[in-house]
Design a protein around this ligand. Structure first.
Ligand code: ASP
Length: 302
């Protein structure tokens, strides 16, 4: 499974990311640009209701975005709980390139985006607003019982775009971007913008990106764990299995909660895995352009 260049992305809409990223990688461009372009393309697509423009809002009706970009422990940047500015992945990249910080949140991140020249715009589409209104009617706006993880709409609509890219020079970079769980408690931030939780990249080893219930992934430092397992010699599949088993054993996921990962080693070997069926990985290289089931489903048959 190892080819260079290569781009891997989460979920069906990962194909949108791969198309944008591949346009860069296939021309000899670098992995960081490809990861950013991939996330950006999905953020700008209003039909994707879990990322960027068109993402479902929080319980108060506000769309808030989380994103992280990473090429190495000394090259990463993130934003969380950002309203009214897009693309979150590009704001995260500016945090990395223009500040001594790693993570900016809320109004501070928005002020930074404005100062960097990102235009202010509403991220709430009519479709997303109507979905929020339906949710309020059906659930009386009661968010607290939703955090048991039994919110069926949340189950259907959450999904982060996560991208791992490997360029012709052998550089690895990753990006992830999400509007988080739909109708979340205002202020809630998941795994995605947190280094080592939603995404981790170490050029000495490789990278991993996660998606699914952030509350599961961020309890075990999911992507950091995977990269550390690969550092010790595990294959990408075995490393993902370790993280999924840890989540299953220690985080008590309910039967409807998903966690999924993609891992890419610096030699180009990669894998993907999830707690239960439903996750797909989009893969693109010079030889392959496909959407596939992950090689590992921890609880097959559920
Ligand atoms: N992990 C994201 C979050 O918890 C959502 C997802 O990937 O489905 O915010």
């Amino acid at each position: 499974m190892n080819q260079t260049p290569l781009i891997l992305s989460t979920w069906r809409f990962g194909q949108i990311a791969n198309r944008a990223g591949w346009a860069i990688l296939s021309q000899g461009g670098n992995a960081l640009d490809a990861a950013e372009a991939g996330c950006r393309a999905v953020e700008e697509d209003p039909s994707v209701t879990s990322v960027g423009f068109g993402g479902y809002p929080d319980a108060a009706g506000e769309v808030t975005l989380d994103a992280l970009i990473m090429a190495a422990p000394h090259r990463c940047g993130a934003v969380a709980c950002v309203r009214d500015y897009l693309p979150a992945i590009s704001i995260a990249r500016r945090v990395m390139e223009k500040t001594p910080h790693v993570l900016l949140v809320g109004p501070g991140a928005e002020a930074f985006a404005a100062a960097e020249g990102f235009p202010q715009r509403s991220l709430l589409t009519r479709e997303a607003r109507e979905a929020w209104q339906r949710w309020k009617q059906e659930h009386g706006g009661n968010i607290f019982d939703k955090h048991s993880g039994d919110n069926s709409l949340a189950q259907d609509a959450h999904d982060t775009i996560g991208v791992l890219a490997l360029d012709v020079e052998g550089r690895i970079a990753g990006g992830c971007s999400t509007s988080g769980l739909p109708f979340k408690l205002p202020g809630r931030v998941g795994d995605s913008p947190l280094v080592g939780h939603g995404l981790y990249v170490d050029p000495e080893v490789g990278g991993a990106v996660g998606t699914g219930h952030g509350e599961l992934i961020m309890r075990v430092c999911g992507t950091f764990l995977i990269v550390e397992e690969m550092r010790k010699g595990s294959s990408p599949t075995a490393a993902i299995k370790t993280a999924l088993e840890r989540i299953n054993r220690q985080c008590r996921p309910n039967p409807r909660q998903q966690a999924a990962f993609i891992a890419l080693r610096r030699d180009g070997e990669w894998s993907a895995g999830c707690l239960r069926k439903g996750f797909q990985v989009a893969v693109r290289s010079a030889k392959v352009d496909t959407l596939m089931e992950p090689p590992l489903v921890l609880m097959d048959g559920e």
